[in-house]
Design a protein around this ligand. Structure first.
Ligand code: DX5
Ligand code: ZN
Length: 220
């Protein structure tokens, strides 16, 4: 049986009360905290860095999943590892040396993964599959929360699931962008097991009600 994980993106949280927000969302049933790092260069928005990761770390005991939307990639990796990140993913086209960046993440004791934009082909995985712990399929163009799910992502999730199954390795398959209770089952049917949701959770007053509704869809 598949283990499903709900990974709230704190991009849509109230940053003035971030410690309380992450505690509340974990108490509501979150399995992972998804941490979106944007640099106003690789993507047209600017968010949070290692200092904020370090600040929330003592508030939660679930894994912190750092999604790097930055270019260059390598120099920020050690800082996030030191700040308590557990998983670090990056966009392959933002790194000059994808294999080296994956190895760097693992050398710092974190799980490593690649992120695929709606237009980015999965062939980047081909020769590095042995260094991959997570594949993240973007179902929006990165940069902002609250966008609509791009249905073409489902085909790519299916393709990534086939690649994971063929590899025989234990690799998480995460989907990010526009995930809500009404489309989470479709993403799971395509093969995703880890679901990022920002506005769907933090946009509502009752986080537990949203997470419970998502789990109910996954259990159908
Ligand atoms: C987009 C980020 C997402 C985003 C998801 O660039 O990577 O993690 O916060 O937000 P929603 O769930 O609102 O689409
Ligand atoms: Zn993200």
């Amino acid at each position: 049986m598949t283990t499903y994980r709900i990974a709230p993106s704190i991009l849509s949280a109230d940053f003035a009360r971030l410690g309380e927000e992450v505690r509340n969302v974990v108490a509501a049933g979150a399995d992972i905290i998804h941490f979106d790092v944007m640099d106003n260069h690789y993507v047209p928005n600017l968010t949070i860095g290692p200092l904020v990761c370090q600040a929330i770390r003592p508030h939660v005991d679930v894994p912190i999943d750092v999604h790097l939307m930055v270019k260059p990639v390598d120099r920020i990796i050690p800082d996030f590892a030191k700040a308590g990140a557990n998983i670090i993913t990056f966009h392959p086209e933002a790194s000059e040396h994808v294999d080296r960046s994956l190895q760097l993440i693992r050398d710092h004791g974190c799980k490593a993964g690649l992120v695929f934009n709606p237009h980015t082909p999965l062939h980047y995985l081909e020769h590095v599959m042995d260094k991959i712990d997570m594949i993240l399929i973007m179902s929006v163009n990165p940069g902002f929360g609250g966008q609509s799910f791009i249905p073409q992502a489902l085909k790519k999730i299916e393709q990534a699931r086939r690649m994971i199954d063929e590899s025989g390795r234990d690799i998480m398959l995460e989907v990010d962008g526009g995930i809500k209770a009404d489309n989470i089952a479709a993403a799971a049917a395509a093969g995703a097991d880890t679901f990022v949701a920002g506005s769907a959770i933090f946009g509502k007053p009752d986080y537990k009600a949203v997470i419970d509704a998502m789990r109910a869809e996954l259990a159908k």
